[in-house]
Ligand binder design. Structure first.
Ligand SMILES: Nc1ncnc2c1ncn2[C@@H]1O[C@H](COP(=O)(O)OP(=O)(O)OP(=O)(O)O)[C@@H](O)[C@H]1O
Ligand SMILES: [Mg+2]
Length: 302
């Protein structure tokens, strides 16, 4: 879709441009044109006089549209990064006073002369400072993802330990978690704390989506995938399913349907999976449940 060379570039006629080029006043020009289809394209023009000026000029037209769009995108991304860094340092600064506040309240609460009514108020302060700290922590992880420290570990152990830890929390009391793990070790080079975080964020979402009692399944398989042999980690639940409005933007930060959600859980999961050269896919139906599938490089068979 490159438009035919215009007789005039911008509003300057070609022969005038050539005259300028021969005076070395101008040998490059750029302008925006409407192509036949109606879309706008950015054209570059360069004119160089031949050795003997009376022989004429070499005139080169170039479609610069893609290049200029890429440059725009880069500029925007840089601005966003600067903003993100600033926000992250503010978030970091918020954590220290937050810790002093909850520490002080904890000490006050433990002193003997606090009436029940006031103790309740202190509990609210503690709960809310805890929540803030958690939120700021999530935000920092998202804004400055920690570099993974890869080590050979048995994925089964990480899964079993994380599930045991998760089941000890009161929020998971009414759900059953079924594990379907391979019989032998599944040794893979990963950052185990990041894999734990992936599992915890996903488990939390599943528990949140279950009202009353429900079931969560975690399976670990090694199978042929899109790019050869892969490790597949499947996490399924029979919860509410993901609402259609949020499904296309699920991994973007701050997309949440929860009154007290930050919408960072899955954005972090996405980043961590990427850091492991992995892929994440979601299948969900409202009222039926959700299956999240994470593919990682294959574990070694021993
Ligand atoms: N297993 C699931 N079942 C149903 N809905 C889900 C599930 N996982 C995610 N969602 C939907 O996707 C949204 C985004 O999830 P995400 O974990 O990123 O944020 P959040 O859970 O709302 O907040 P946060 O994790 O930061 O506390 C959720 O608000 C929820 O609507
Ligand atoms: Mg979440």
């Amino acid at each position: 879709g490159i438009p035919p060379p215009p007789d005039a570039f911008g509003s300057i006629p070609l022969d005038e441009l050539c005259a300028r080029a021969s005076d070395r006043q101008l040998d490059r020009w750029e302008g925006s044109f409407t192509a036949q289809g109606g879309e706008s394209r950015i054209m570059g023009l360069s004119i160089s006089p031949l050795k003997e000026p009376e022989m004429g000029f070499v005139v080169i037209f170039q479609d610069l549209t893609e290049l200029r769009h890429l440059e725009e995108k880069l500029k925007k991304a840089e601005k966003l990064t600067a903003l993100g860094q600033m926000a992250a340092s503010i978030a970091h600064e918020v954590r220290n006073p937050l810790a002093s506040m909850s520490g002080s309240i904890q000490i006050l609460k433990d002193s003997l002369h606090v009436e029940d009514e006031n103790r309740k108020l202190m509990d609210i302060v503690l709960r809310e400072t805890g929540r803030l700290d958690y939120l700021v922590g999530d935000f920092l992880t998202y804004a400055r993802p920690p570099t993974p420290h890869f080590q050979d570990v048995d994925l089964r152990t990480i899964i079993e330990e994380t599930v045991r830890f998760f089941q000890s929390s009161p929020e998971s009391a009414s759900v059953d978690i079924d594990l379907d793990l391979p019989a032998g070790p599944a040794v893979l080079s990963v950052d185990s704390s990041q894999i734990r975080q992936i599992l915890i964020n996903l488990l939390k979402n599943s528990v949140d989506s279950i009202t009353g009692s429900g079931r969560i399944g975690i399976a670990l398989k090694r199978e042929e995938g899109k790019s050869g042999l892969e490790t597949i980690l499947l996490l399924s639940d029979d919860g509410s399913g993901i609402s259609e409005d949020i499904l296309p933007v699920l991994f973007e930060p701050f997309k949440t349907t929860k009154e007290r959600g930050s919408g960072l859980g899955l954005a972090i999961v996405y980043q961590l999976v990427e850091a492991h050269q992995g892929r994440i896919e979601v299948q969900s139906r409202e009222g039926v449940g959700t299956v999240i599938s994470i593919s990682l490089p294959p574990w070694r068979s021993e």
